[in-house]
Design a protein around this ligand. Structure first.
Ligand code: FAD
Ligand code: NAD
Length: 475
């Protein structure tokens, strides 16, 4: 007799495993299927985020930043060290161990919530049946009341620079280099290009980033992008804008990358080339042709605002559906889908999803950029406060950057908050909460912030919106 569950989730990344846990919290019987295999050949839950994305990249960003600070900042603090050296083997072991602990933690969470965690391939068939092909064993048809598709995304490959797993690599391979490439090329100055470019640059690579667009960090506020460009340049990242890559010729020891930019046709020689030009939804063999699932023109599964597909009882969440490809966006969609399945009212506020780029300084924002507010025609005011005027930032020796707040002129509602500076990824949480509650800058102005703290910069920026900043001259 075939097994049946109230909910079957295909994919155990941050969208899928969270959906499975919430469904189990509602008392549903749940199975969560995942086929992820790590480079050691072992299956693991956690998806891209835990195995090859958010977590390993942040582990290396932290380690490499510590090395950089030890080499460049310690003497300013009056700390003398001997020669500070890189031990890449230990650094990579630490990264792998964090990944192992966290992915093992997901397996434990599934078990604790009585979720059937299944390693293998899941495929949606008509009638909410799921064909499950286990890693070893017989194919099985599992019946479900509800199905949640959470199959994630995979790196986009460039035809002219196809991945070869050695010299032309994707972001996952670039997280697992066992030696520091002397010269590293990166195609794409997006989030991955900047984060991984920073890691290897701090560890000693000479990094060149080739970005097709003329505008740097086009998705960020212009004031933030300007500061970021200066900071990265100072750190030695060579970012070439308007660079159209035309070929990548793999030689015995290096790759010759040809590109055209405003200076004409050029080429660089690198030891490794990371291609990070975006990710595409992963839906290969995820559903049968007659399952009723529709894809849009970019390959995303078509869903409504509540993540319902065209098939009753089948939801899709995370990177495989429209919206930003972010772990926290996927998790919240997973929670919403599971709550809706349980008959609860649930919705997701797509206007208030924070973005963070974990470089040094960090960049974080929520809501609209100034250009977007301007284009909307809404009258607005802005206020900003530099970390150079923050006592805490000075004590930390991290004074680059600022907080910028945009609010509407008529009712003072906060429309966007943009931070570049120390701990921006943590500081943005206050702005997210404020915007979730439709707060005004006056609400933040009247909120007491601890002294000395980085959060005071948020307070001062909100005061600056009304020319009331206390610790920095107003305009
Ligand atoms: P995924 O995490 O991709 O998980 C999908 C899972 O489904 C996979 O395990 C896959 O094996 C499985 N699967 C797919 N199809 C099937 C099938 N048919 N049967 C069985 N299993 C299947 N986001 C952030 O918010 N913050 C960050 O700091 C961040 N850093 C990143 C760094 C890098 C280098 C990369 C590549 C990404 C990063 N991201 C970050 C993006 C983040 O990883 C994704 O947005 C997130 O993982 C999406 O979650 P998901 O659950 O939708 O998909
Ligand atoms: P991205 O969309 O952030 O950046 C891709 C960049 O490549 C863009 O700037 C684009 O203009 C450029 N590009 C595209 N084609 C090109 C070409 N042929 N030549 C040169 N440049 C080209 O994508 P990504 O950096 O690959 O990241 C993928 C996804 O993963 C993103 O959606 C991101 O949200 C997510 N991610 C998030 C984090 C984080 O939250 N900190 C970290 C890493 C990845």
């Amino acid at each position: 007799m075939s097994r049946s569950f109230d909910v079957v989730v295909i994919g155990a990344g941050p969208a899928g495993y969270v959906a499975a846990i919430r469904a189990a919290q509602h008392g549903k019987t749940v199975a969560c299927i995942d086929e992820w295999k790590n480079k050691d050949g072992k299956n693991a839950f956690g998806g891209t985020c835990l195995n090859a994305g958010c977590i390993p990249s942040k582990a290396l960003l932290e380690s490499s930043e510590l090395l950089y600070r030890a080499q460049h900042e310690f003497k300013k603090h009056g700390i003398k060290t001997g020669t500070v050296e890189l031990d890449l083997v230990t650094m990579q072991k630490r990264r792998a161990s964090i990944v192992r602990q966290l992915t093992g933690g997901i397996a434990g969470l599934l078990k604790a919530n009585k979720i059937e965690g299944l390693f293998g391939h899941g495929k949606l068939m008509p009638g909410k049946r799921v064909e499950f092909t286990p890693v070893d064993g017989e194919v099985e048809i599992i019946a479900a009341q509800h199905v949640i598709l959470a199959s994630g995304s995979s790196p986009i490959e460039l035809r002219i620079a196809a991945f070869d797993g050695d010299k032309i690599v994707d972001s996952w391979e670039a997280l697992e280099f066992d030696a520091v490439p002397k010269r590293l090329g990166v195609v794409g100055a997006g989030v991955i290009g900047l984060e991984l470019g920073s890691v290897w640059s701090r560890l000693g690579s000479q990094v060149t980033v080739l970005e097709a667009m003329d505008e740097f960090l086009f998705m960020a506020d212009r004031d933030v992008a300007k500061i970021a460009a200066q900071e990265y340049k100072q750190q030695g990242l060579d970012i070439r804008l308007g660079a159209k890559v035309s070929a990548a010729k793999v030689g015995k020891k290096s790759v010759e990358v040809s590109f055209d930019d405003k200076n004409g046709s050029q080429s660089i020689e690198v030891d490794k080339l990371v291609v990070a030009v975006g990710r595409k939804p992963h839906t290969e063999n995820l559903f049968s042709d007659d399952a009723g699932i529709q894809l849009d023109e970019r390959g995303f599964i078509v869903v409504d605002n509540e993540c319902r597909t065209r098939v009753k009882g089948v939801f899709a969440v995370g990177d495989c559906v429209r919206g930003p490809m972010l772990a926290h966006k996927g998790s919240e969609e997973g929670v919403m889908a599971a709550d809706l399945i349980a008959g609860e009212i649930a919705e997701m506020n797509y206007d208030v999803i924070p973005s963070v780029i974990y470089t040094a300084p960090e960049i974080a924002w929520v809501g609209k950029t100034e250009a977007e507010v301007k284009a909307s025609g809404r009258a607005y005011k802005t206020g900003s406060f530099p970390f150079a005027a923050s006592g805490r930032a000075k004590a930390m020796e991290q004074t680059s950057g600022m907080v910028k707040i945009i609010s509407s002129k008529d009712d003072d509602e906060i429309l966007g908050v943009h931070i570049i500076g120390p701990m921006a990824g943590e500081l943005i949480a206050e702005a997210v909460l404020a915007m979730e509650f439709s707060a005004s800058t006056e609400d933040i102005q009247r909120t007491i912030h601890a002294h000395p703290s980085l959060a005071e910069a948020m307070h001062e920026a909100s005061l600056a919106v009304d020319n009331k900043a206390l610790n920095y001259p107003n305009r």
